[in-house]
Design a protein around this ligand. Structure first.
Ligand SMILES: Nc1ncnc2c1ncn2[C@@H]1O[C@H](COP(=O)(O)OP(=O)(O)OP(=O)(O)O)[C@@H](O)[C@H]1O
Length: 359
């Protein structure tokens, strides 16, 4: 296992990049702790696979270094990096049995037969395939084959890291939940450094201790699920994490108040001079409909999603969503919205501004 360090790393697929927009990965410095379970989350095209391929050695970065522990592996081939990888689609040997497929990475490294037997049994139990160990992989469902791929990815205990690239795409929804839980358990037991690429926030938040959110070639936040929820460092994190995402309203900040469309909104903290395009960000969970206090809101739609209701509204032409308790009456008397002051975040040019002091 190893700590992974990315030093002034950047990548352009264009051999002669002219500007920042030619870079699929903009310059970054990051340390991924030894034994951490990371999810790499972001929308399509933000650079997740590019970053994963640089860590695995499938791609050489156009700038910067990759270190595993203290060793510089930037120029090392994938095979020399001692990592396991699980891809979106199954990679299994059809003519081999499930047992032989799971044992393959261990046999390859000359492990002894008794160890292989025990370890294969352990992994088979984890992926729920003990009863199928002697079946040929050919003829198994895509679902079962992908479970074998996951098992093969995890069978070696001596790897520096395990990299997963959207590994549950072909798995049915119920099994997805089960496998995610088992992956987490395996992580607790063996403490491998794991990096799990996904564009699904539920998958990311349930698997990882730390979620790495990427946007437009940059890591915009590396944090716990709670940090991403409470203090999104970039408006994209606010929007991408949460269902629905964070509300954003243009605002002028004056100390511990925000001026929003002619009204004053109290903030939970005081800010110095905030420059640039300023906005306040409020999670729908921290917005409350009122009969007159706060900002005027036009309610467009009410959605009942079982556990709670989502009220879709508009404040001065900006979408504002409110999460209200299940069964709450939403009628014409609710004309305004207020926000919990200490849950409001302030953004300047899309980046969170740290408050100067408590309000
Ligand atoms: N081989 C390539 N040659 C040129 N451009 C590429 C290549 N691979 C990816 N890109 C570009 O680099 C950017 C990042 O792509 P990447 O595949 O890393 O994103 P991603 O976040 O993994 O997306 P997805 O979720 O769709 O897989 C995109 O603009 C993509 O078009």
């Amino acid at each position: 296992m190893a700590k992974i360090t990315l030093k002034t790393l950047a990548h352009s697929y264009n051999p002669a990049p002219k500007s920042e927009s030619d870079f699929a990965l903009k310059e970054m410095d990051h340390v991924w702790d030894d034994g951490g379970a990371y999810a790499l989350l972001g929308s399509s095209g933000c650079g997740k696979t590019t970053l994963l391929n640089i860590i695995s050695g499938l791609l050489r970065p156009s700038q910067g270094r990759v270190l595993f522990g203290e060793t510089d592996v930037t120029d090392a081939e994938t095979a020399q990096r001692n990592i396991a990888q699980v891809f979106q689609f199954p990679v299994v040997y059809d003519t081999m049995t499930v047992r032989e497929n799971l044992a393959f990475p261990l046999r390859n490294r000359g492990m002894d037969a008794a160890y292989i037997k025990g370890r294969v049994g352990q992994i088979a139990a984890m992926i729920g395939m003990e009863a199928m160990l002697d079946k040929k992989a050919r003829g198994l469902t895509a679902d079962a084959k992908q479970k074998i791929s996951l098992g093969r990815g995890m069978v070696r205990e001596d790897v520096n890291a395990i990299l997963f690239d959207e590994p549950l795409t072909v798995i049915d929804p119920h099994m997805k939940w089960e496998l995610r839980t088992q992956l987490k358990q395996l992580h607790r037991e063996f403490g491998h450094t794991m990096i799990y690429v996904t564009h699904d926030q539920t998958e990311a938040l349930t698997f990882a201790d730390k979620v790495v959110v990427m946007y437009d070639g940059r890591v915009v936040q590396m944090g716990t699920p709670e940090e991403l929820f409470e203090t999104p460092q970039h408006t994209f994190v606010g929007y991408f994490i949460g269902s629905p995402g964070m509300n954003l309203l243009p605002a002028e900040i004056h100390g511990n108040h925000a001026h929003v469309m002619g009204s004053t909104v109290p903030l939970g903290a005081a800010y110095g001079h905030v420059k640039g395009r300023t906005q306040i960000g409020i999670r729908p969970e921290y917005a409350v409909l009122t009969e007159g206090a706060g900002l005027p809101i036009t309610i467009k739609r009410v959605e009942d999603v079982g556990r709670h209701r989502i009220i879709r509204g508009e404040v001065g032409g900006n979408t504002v969503n409110v999460i209200a308790p299940e069964g709450m009456a939403v009628d014409a008397s609710l004309t305004h919205v207020t926000f919990t002051p200490d849950r409001i975040n302030v953004y300047a040019d899309d980046w969170r501004v740290a408050p100067e002091r408590a309000a």
